[in-house]
Every structure is written in structure tokens, then in C-alpha cells.
Ligand binder design. Structure first.
Ligand code: ADP
Ligand code: MG
Length: 375
């Protein structure tokens, strides 16, 4: 297979993590496959206990996978010994924690110098001025001599970010960096991350707050230690994480040549399609014989048999665009029908969305009729 440069920085392959507990084995991560490219700004989102910290600890080498491989910038993270790992981490990774973890007996200036001393980076005479410049960057230049306890939580986190930047690491990993901060301080931290991404850093933030995650270019959702397919998450934000995960497991990959028909009205049992690559055209056909291109669906967009249900005046079909082939995730009619039957909340959210899509606004609601039809 050709090397995928978009995945060049971090590759997580078939990673599972099983904790041995008194109550027995607990699978915290299950068969995770994921990669991140240089310069990406990504959030990892999931409920408390979903496995976010466990996943990120696999990247930093803080913890080891039970199964699988993790490579960061061509380094096999879990085949280094402890001292190699500490040195590698010190030079290449900036780690930011929810509770800052600054050393309380040292000023924030000394805290920021420490990683340079530890890795013997930069000539000793330059380290203090570099640390001061980093504290200036995060807006704490005048506080440099203070102990962490003399600062607010937001300021301590800014200092922790300055410390994380000490050795100019290409990758910054932050585990709930705003989890313990008020919203103004949180906004300041995220503004700083935005600036660092523009400067070319790769940043991975863990959060359970999806409003924070909106600021990142890419979102990775995790539920019960398993990854939710990113296209499904993007296409169907109205679903809960467990519902998205269920569809991720039900979906299979399908390819379509340019111009091929994916689905049309006279075959209502089409299931659900999510576009992964290429473009799909939604075409509405009127009784008069005319037809009209009503929408182009790109990666992360979806349609389902719910949109194809008959209306009085027109029908819909979906085809791949003429210029490129389409890769789609497909949930079969049987699986989709079963999925809807399992969750009334999902069914009503999808039906409601369907009624307003592809110029379908005037379709009369016919709940009784469709009820009998479905039986
Ligand atoms: P998150 O960061 O998403 O809140 P974690 O990754 O910390 O979740 O934990 C995921 C699951 O793994 C949780 O159910 C947690 O209780 C369990 N877990 C985490 N660390 C350990 C451990 N060292 N031993 C046993 N179970 C653990
Ligand atoms: Mg956590």
C-alpha cells in the first residue's frame, strides 16, 4: 500500500487495552485504528469513562496497549525502554493535564525551564530567556517569578502550556485541559491552541464538552472504548453516541463508479448511505417528466430510505457524480430497519430530519398510513 502522508505523524493500529481488575478483565479500548497527520487539530470526545484518557496515554507512552501498535513520527512508542521513552517524550511531546501538575515549590519560570534542563535542550545560558519568552506568549510574563499557588486556575493552565512548549515539541497532547476552568479561562486556552496550530503544531485535545470540540478541525468520538466512524458522526449528529457506534458496526464499505445509481424510489429498501469519498447527487423526478438536481452530498453527508418514501408529486434518486467514483458506508435495509426498531428516539430524529430534506418540505404527514405500510 502507498504511504498515506495524511497519516504520517501518529498511527494507532489494532489497539486494545484490557485492565485486570478484582472484578475480572475490563476492556477499556477495543480494536482502535486511528491516525493523525502533521499539523492536525483534533479533539477526542466521549462521555466520562469512555476511554479517552486511556487512548491518549497510548500515544504519550504513559500506558501500554495490551494488543496493537502505536507509532509516533516513526517511533514505536511501546518498544522503547523507560529512559528512551522519557527522553523521546521530553523532546517531542508537550503534555497538558486537567490539574496542571506544576511543581508547587518552583516558580512558573523555573517550572518552564525544567523540561529544557531535563532533556539538555538549548544552551544553559539561553534557557531562562526562552522560558520568559514562552511565558510572555501565554500572557504570563509579569507573573514569571510567582509560585503556582499564587495564580488562578486559568493562569496555572497557561503556565502548564508554556512548560509543555519548552522543548518546542511538534505534538501537544492535552487531557481535558479546560475541565477545571471557568469559561473565560477555557476560551483563553483554546485561543492559544488555535494560535499554536497556525504555527504548525499538531494538537490533540481530550474533552467531554462537545461545544469546545467544535473549535477543532477534526473530531474523533469514542463510546465504550470503541471508535465511532467519523463520517457517521458527522452525518448524524442528532443521534446519541451509542446509536452512532451501533451504526458504525452495522455499516459496510461500498464503491460506486462515476454516474452509477446508488438508490432510487422504486426500490424503497435501500437502507442508509453515508458518503465517505466523492460526491452523490440527489435528483428529484416530477410526475410531469422533468427532473431537477436538488443537492450534492459530499463526504460526511447521508441519505436513507426515509427520504425516499413516496410523495404525491415527485420521487427521488441518488447517483454518484459524473466526474469521480464514490466510496460510501452502507447500512442495509434489514439492518437499518432493525436499528430503527431498537430506538424510537433515533427513528423519530431521523424521520424528522428526512421530512425537511431534498426539497421535501411540503410532504404531508401521514402517520397512520405509514404505520400500516411498514407492517
Ligand atoms: P475517560 O478519560 O474517557 O473518562 P478513562 O480512559 O479514564 O475514561 O477510563 C476508561 C475506563 O477504563 C473506565 O471505565 C475506567 O474506570 C477504566 N480504567 C481506567 N484506568 C483503569 C485502571 N488502571 N484499572 C482499571 N480500570 C481502569
Ligand atoms: Mg479522562
Amino acid at each position: 500500500m502507498p504511504l498515506d502522508l495524511s497519516c504520517a505523524l501518529i498511527q494507532i493500529q489494532n489497539v486494545s487495552k484490557i485492565f485486570k481488575t478484582q472484578a475480572g478483565d475490563f476492556t477499556a479500548l477495543k480494536d482502535i485504528n486511528l491516525c493523525f497527520g502533521q499539523g492536525e487539530y483534533v479533539s477526542i470526545i466521549g462521555k466520562s469513562g469512555s476511554g479517552k484518557s486511556t487512548l491518549i496515554n497510548m500515544i504519550t507512552g504513559i500506558d501500554h496497549p495490551t494488543i496493537g501498535e502505536v507509532r509516533v513520527a516513526e517511533h514505536d512508542v511501546h518498544h522503547m525502554n523507560e529512559s528512551q521513552l522519557a527522553e523521546w517524550r521530553g523532546r517531542n511531546l508537550g503534555i497538558v493535564f486537567q490539574f496542571f501538575q506544576l511543581l508547587p515549590m518552583l516558580s512558573i519560570l523555573e517550572n518552564t525551564i525544567l523540561p529544557m534542563d531535563f532533556c539538555n535542550q538549548y544552551p544553559p545560558a539561553e534557557r531562562e530567556s526562552r522560558a520568559r519568552a514562552l511565558l510572555d506568549l501565554v500572557g504570563l510574563g509579569v507573573e514569571a517569578e510567582k509560585l503556582p499557588a499564587a495564580l488562578s486556575g486559568g493562569q496555572q493552565q497557561l503556565a502548564a502550556i508554556a512548560r509543555a512548549l519548552a522543548n518546542d515539541p511538534p505534538l501537544i497532547v492535552a487531557d481535558e485541559p479546560t475541565g477545571n476552568l471557568d469559561s473565560r479561562s477555557a476560551a483563553r486556552i483554546l485561543d492559544l491552541f488555535d494560535e499554536l496550530v497556525v504555527q504548525g503544531k499538531t494538537i490533540i485535545i481530550v474533552t467531554h464538552d462537545s461545544s469546545l470540540a467544535k473549535r477543532t478541525a477534526r473530531r474523533v468520538l469514542i463510546s465504550d472504548g470503541m471508535l465511532i466512524d467519523e463520517n457517521i458522526a458527522h452525518a448524524l449528529p442528532m443521534l446519541s453516541h451509542p446509536q452512532m457506534l451501533r451504526l458504525s458496526h452495522l455499516a459496510v464499505a461500498r464503491s460506486f463508479q462515476p454516474g452509477a445509481t446508488l438508490a432510487k424510489h422504486d426500490n424503497g429498501k435501500v437502507g442508509l448511505f453515508v458518503v465517505a469519498q466523492g460526491h452523490v447527487e440527489a435528483v428529484r423526478h416530477y410526475r410531469s417528466g422533468e427532473s431537477e438536481l436538488v443537492e450534492r452530498l459530499g463526504p460526511g453527508a447521508y441519505f436513507s430510505e426515509l427520504e425516499l418514501e413516496q410523495d404525491e408529486r415527485s420521487t427521488l434518486s441518488f447517483r454518484s457524480a459524473a466526474e469521480e467514483s464514490v466510496e460510501a458506508l452502507w447500512v442495509s435495509h434489514e439492518a437499518f430497519y432493525h436499528f430503527l426498531g431498537e430506538s424510537h428516539a433515533a427513528e423519530s430524529a431521523l424521520r424528522q430530519a428526512a421530512g425537511e430534506r431534498f426539497g421535501h418540505v411540503h410532504r404531508p404527514a401521514q402517520p397512520r398510513k405509514s404505520f400500516w405500510w411498514r407492517r
